[in-house]
Design a protein around this ligand. Structure first.
Ligand SMILES: Cc1ncc(COP(=O)(O)O)c(C=O)c1O
Length: 471
């Protein structure tokens, strides 16, 4: 055998690791402090080749032994600063430091946990944090769940569970053309993707009409269902939003849940964004009726301040989770005695990252009360800001927000909203998004950052007014 080369050794050298990690920690600490202070632009976007040039990409990958700290500095200088108080963009968490500790451990140890023995601690922690989430739904006695790489994956998992429930032979024999799922017109695109992936086709997604704020019109639920049944369709699931991605408004789970119970249809709550309201006293009522659900999607990399990805697919009954997948793969799955469960028996993914650690460390740093207060603060602040914006002359908000998402307009012209958002993003001083709601363009804020305050919102409104004269 040849001796291990110096280049390979560097890749595993604990001293090299510790020297760099200490310096990277300092660079990151400054970056975070600067971002929270808001002294730099939120967003700097350059062309791909320019970023590659700054990284000295071709040289670096050819030769290795690069100046890692320099690379980190370039990456940070070209990254979106989510900790900046003027970050009000997509529903992606401003990560707490606990999640960063978890990512470091995952990166260093890669206990990827398809089976218990590949990641005993991460698997045990997954089981415990999932039990904790189930207890927020009062499902701890009957239920079960798994962590998934995000809400899209959790939605797909729950739709597969719905299919297994309604059509137990579908895993082996596939499905016939008459199968449909009912989702709000305003649902996240991952649900129609799930239908396409499951071989149902996007035509099998029956849109349930929504109101002006993107909430299911519960009065039209029965009509939609009856129409589908009359045309020979078999409805295998009804989905409700907690909350709608574009507007942040919650569906009436009580009414929808009762309807599903009456008709004996699988009821899925897509709480990718809004399920964390359950951990608060003040806002958990927004999910009243969720006890009727068969499954719930819940992301922690939105309002629970973990880095991406960290989602959960939760089931009211353990048996429905166990029926979702069925696989014979003796190289990995077996019945030998072991101290914990093999998680990937119940997940789409085989290899998974140690995502349970992100939620666990956030809880370990700020505690349940701290995390609940975090969610409450985002919701509370969005209400204050929405009110503030609506009081500014020329501005209007779509509605008083249920959650932490605000849709607003300056004036009435749709093209104006879009060009204002384009200019804001190009300048990079503010980062906000847009949405089309019933054909009208809106500027859209997700209040993800507890450091955003009224002064920041005033500054945003001032800039919107200035830009409206130049767009
Ligand atoms: C309601 C809803 N469902 C699902 C998703 C998809 O989640 P992920 O981005 O984690 O895949 C989102 C993302 O914003 C969402 O808002």
């Amino acid at each position: 055998m040849e001796p291990i080369s110096v280049d390979i050794k560097r890749g595993y050298d604990p001293v090299y690791f510790s020297t760099n990690i200490e310096k990277i920690a300092k660079i990151l600490t400054n970056h975070l402090a600067q971002s929270i202070e808001g002294s730099e632009k939120v967003l700097v976007q350059k062309e791909i080749e320019e970023v590659a040039r700054e990284l000295n990409f071709s040289e670096v990958i050819k030769n290795g032994d690069a100046d890692i700290q320099q690379l980190v500095k370039v990456i940070l200088a070209n990254s979106n600063r989510l900790h900046h108080p003027l970050y009000m963009g997509h529903q992606v968490a401003v990560p707490m430091v606990g999640a960063a500790f978890a990512d470091l451990i995952n990166g260093a140890t890669n206990n990827s946990m398809p089976v218990y023995e590949m990641g005993p601690a991460a698997s045990a922690i997954e089981r415990k944090v999932v039990e904790w989430a189930l207890s927020q739904l009062n499902w701890e006695k009957t239920g079960a769940g798994v962590m998934t790489h995000g809400g899209s994956m959790a939605n797909l998992t729950c739709m597969l569970a719905a299919r297994a429930h309604a059509l137990p032979l579908a895993w082996k024999q596939g499905v016939s053309a008459n199968v449909v799922i009912m989702v709000p017109q305003s649902s996240h695109y991952s649900l129609s993707r799930a239908a396409a992936i499951m071989g149902l086709g996007t035509d099998s997604v029956a849109a349930v009409p929504v109101d002006e704020f993107f909430r299911i019109r519960t009065k039209e639920l029965a009509e939609t269902y009856n129409g589908l049944v009359a045309s020979g369709k078999k409805v295998i699931a009804v989905v409700a939003n907690s909350c709608a991605t574009a507007t942040g408004m919650f569906d009436d789970l009580q009414t929808i849940g009762k309807f599903c119970k009456e008709k004996d249809i699988w009821f899925h709550v897509d709480g990718a964004h809004g399920a964390p309201a359950l951990i608060t006293k003040k806002y958990r009522h927004l999910l009243d009726g969720c006890e009727f659900a068969d499954s719930v999607t819940w992301d922690t990399h939105k309002m629970m301040a973990t880095s991406s990805l960290c989602g959960m697919a939760l089931f009211r009954t353990k048996s429905s989770m166990l029926k979702t997948f069925s696989q014979d793969a003796t190289y990995i799955f077996n019945q030998f005695d072991k101290p914990g469960e093999d998680i990937s028996v119940n997940t789409l993914e085989c290899t998974k990252s140690m995502m349970s650690l992100k939620l666990f460390f956030n809880l370990a740093v700020v505690g349940e009360r701290g995390l609940a207060k975090h969610v409450e603060t985002l919701f509370d602040n969005a209400k204050i800001f929405s009110d503030q914006i609506s009081r500014r002359p020329g501005f209007s908000v779509l509605c008083a927000p249920d959650a932490n998402i605000i849709c607003f307009r300056f004036g009435e012209n749709c093209a104006l909203q879009d060009s204002i958002r384009q200019r804001l993003v190009k300048e990079g001083d503010f980062y906000i998004t847009r949405a089309t709601i019933h054909g009208k363009s809106y500027l859209r804020l997700s209040i993800m950052n507890v450091f955003t305050n009224e002064k920041h919102i005033d500054a945003l409104c001032d800039r919107v007014i200035e830009l409206s004269g130049n767009c």
